[in-house]
Design a protein around this ligand. Sequence first.
Ligand SMILES: Cc1cc2nc3c(=O)[nH]c(=O)nc-3n(C[C@H](O)[C@H](O)[C@H](O)COP(=O)(O)OP(=O)(O)OC[C@H]3O[C@@H](n4cnc5c(N)ncnc54)[C@H](O)[C@@H]3O)c2cc1C
Length: 286
Amino acid sequence: MLRRFRLEEPRSVPEVSELLGRYGDSAKIYAGGTELLLAMKEGLVRYERLINVKGVPGLDGVRVEDGTLCVGSLCTHRRLERDPLVCERLPALAELEHNVANVRVREAGTIGGNLCFAEPHADPGTLLVALGASMRAERAGSKREIAAESFFVDAYETGLEPDEVLTEIRIPLPQPPSGIAYLKFGYLERPSVGVAVVVRSGASRAIEDIRVAVGCAGPAPRRAPEAEEILKGKTFDEAAPLLEQAGAAAARTARAISDLHGSQEYKEHIVGVLLKRAFQKAASQC
Ligand SMILES: Cc1cc2nc3c(=O)[nH]c(=O)nc-3n(C[C@H](O)[C@H](O)[C@H](O)COP(=O)(O)OP(=O)(O)OC[C@H]3O[C@@H](n4cnc5c(N)ncnc54)[C@H](O)[C@@H]3O)c2cc1C
């Protein structure tokens, strides 16, 4: 049952931050409500005040600025799967968003809510870590950027301060020739494992840069530097026989844990399978 709460209707980010500071643990930001209201209904969390950010202007835009795709935190999954700019400049994100949850959740749920809730079995964070994205956090009078790699601290825990608002996700668009792939596997509502690969090829089809991230397997999405090292500098042909070794390295850094979605060993196996497929998909775009 949902207990009574008071709804605050701020009209600016400093106002949201001021309310968070004033009411502390008894208040929480409310965006789409798809996670928050469920947790409140189930009695897992209790807040006396919800701070509705839907009336705050400027948080729902998508634009490209100096080679960076800037996504407002209030953009819904549905908007991102269909936005022409996202579809044209970062189709891998549009594809990921198309496969989040179901249409009802995608219509209401925002990317900001997804990232800030930091549920381990979520999709966007893994791709954002691989892309080297950063999160813009604002509070009254200040702004700062948090690298996606340090934003996800643990399950349900982010690098945001209690009175900070996530306002924008800033994603550097990879320079061509690049390939990007995010693949996930699961048999429950949310994914058991997700793997993202971002690769850029240089002269004579050698891998000039590669970033690999693994999500859902452990408490938070993580980069897999050991896997990257194995593949970096190799030609695509040389990389092919090393994918198994890279998959095993990615599995080691994933900090997989056994849970409802599968055992640690099962998830580590799936990381290897997905890494291979995601690499092949990304490489085919270069
Ligand atoms: C049935 C179901 C299936 C799902 N399947 C998937 C899936 O396959 N993949 C996947 O990735 N996700 C999945 N999800 C999760 C879904 O993506 C999230 O529920 C949604 O994105 C949350 O967004 P929201 O706007 O509703 O957040 P809310 O519920 O409004 O907020 C969530 C949390 O984030 C905080 N918050 C929100 N916005 C901000 C902000 N701007 N700054 C600071 N804090 C903020 C809130 O205070 C709250 O703690 C699923 C959810 C459901 C219910």
